[in-house]
Ligand binder design. Structure first.
Ligand SMILES: *Cc1c(COP(=O)(O)O)cnc(C)c1O
Length: 360
């Protein structure tokens, strides 16, 4: 018998499936399956990345001081309470590795992001799925699911793939109601899309049990570079830094991310343009009998009559060279998640859904 076996939990991990990017036999494919920024990164970020070519023989910074200072200045946060990672996925991973192990529980919501479960299992902990209320986070259900074993509660706000979010009062009620050993992790991957939302910064400032994660993969258009960050109480950031590899981020990634976060005008432009196209797309689909909850992010969760109709629409879109995300794996078999593209992309996908519905 083979005695070489991995740690408990690892074989329960179902491999993460990214959004599809190719359709056999199609060129001019429109990818609306991974919530990428259709406008790409700011020119300043592209230029910083190009300049990094001159120093490729040098090891990168181990403490990410320049990037943390830039993030701190833009979002008015103490750089000492910021940690940078290989995407926010790595911050999620550090949190599980450092705070959850065998017999511990990690809570995530019913339609929550797949990485929470994967990172919990990788740490040997037990993921606990909590129901949502009509695709909206249910704070009471989360508090009821908490036990003496709860170590982490992951909540994306805005949530992916639902696009819905809960307000500051509900977030505070959740943080205040958690067991003493548990950390609330607010995943702010889409926070920049919500004008005026602090992603939980005020809550973090007054408590010791709340952490936020953020990313350069969405509004900053740098998904290919893999940069994310976390912000929280100094004590927790100190713990996470102990499990972080010293050279986890490349010099080119650090430079591009720093330029990106400093270009606040470009970010605001992307946010406003996304909101405009999102409202148009949601309205166009609703008129065709395809409703969605009000989205606060850069995608729409389109609801169909049933799983069969969602599947058939997905097949039609594919045939038209348009890739969207099936979300049956997120307990949403009758839905398709459609990233908000630029104006022509939104028109193209709305037209194709109209064809499918027999309206065009
Ligand atoms: C896209 C996304 C992320 C970002 O992951 P990165 O590793 O930073 O690219 C994190 N959380 C949620 C909910 C997301 O949708």
């Amino acid at each position: 018998m083979n005695q070489i076996t991995p740690q408990p939990g690892i074989m329960d991990i179902a491999l993460y499936e990214g959004g599809a990017s190719h359709v056999a036999g199609k060129s001019n494919v429109l990818k609306l399956s991974s919530n990428e920024n259709p406008l790409g990164p700011s020119d300043a970020a592209r230029e910083a990345f190009s300049r990094a070519v001159h120093d490729l023989h040098r090891y990168p910074s181990t403490d990410h001081g320049a990037l943390r200072a830039a993030i701190g200045a833009v979002w008015k946060l103490n750089p000492e309470q910021i940690i940078c990672g290989v995407g926010s996925d790595e911050i999620i991973h550090f949190l599980c590795q450092a705070y959850a192990g065998p017999r511990d529980e990690v809570i995530h919501t019913e339609h929550g992001f797949a990485m929470y479960r994967i990172s919990a299992l990788a740490a040997g902990a037990t993921p606990v799925e909590v129901p949502e209320r009509e695709r909206v986070t249910d704070v009471d259900a989360i508090l009821e699911a908490c036990s003496g074993r709860t170590r982490l509660v992951f909540l994306a706000n805005p949530n992916n793939p639902t696009g819905t979010m809960i307000g500051a009062g509900e977030l505070r009620r959740l943080a205040e109601g958690l067991p003493r050993k548990a950390i609330l992790v607010l995943d702010g991957a889409y926070a920049e899309y919500v004008e005026g939302y602090d992603a939980g910064a005020a809550l973090i400032a007054e408590r010791d049990n709340v952490v936020m994660t953020r990313t350069f993969s969405k509004i900053y258009g740098l998904g290919g570079l893999r940069v994310g960050w976390g912000h929280g109480p100094k004590a927790i950031i100190d713990v996470l830094n102990r499990v972080r590899g010293p050279f986890n981020l490349s010099s080119a990634a650090l430079a591009a991310a720093q330029a990106a976060v400093q270009d606040t005008a470009y970010m605001a432009k992307c946010r406003d343009e996304n909101a405009r196209q999102r409202e148009w797309l949601a309205g166009a689909l609703a008129e065709m009998g395809v409703p969605s909850d009000h989205s606060t992010a850069n995608f729409i969760l389109a609801r169909f009559a049933d799983a069969a109709e969602a599947e058939a629409c997905d097949a039609h879109l594919r045939n038209e060279g348009i890739l969207v995300r099936r979300v049956a794996g997120y307990n949403l078999p009758n839905c398709l998640r459609i990233t908000v593209g630029d104006e022509s992309a939104c028109r193209r996908v709305a037209h194709a859904v109209g064809q499918f519905k027999g309206l065009r």
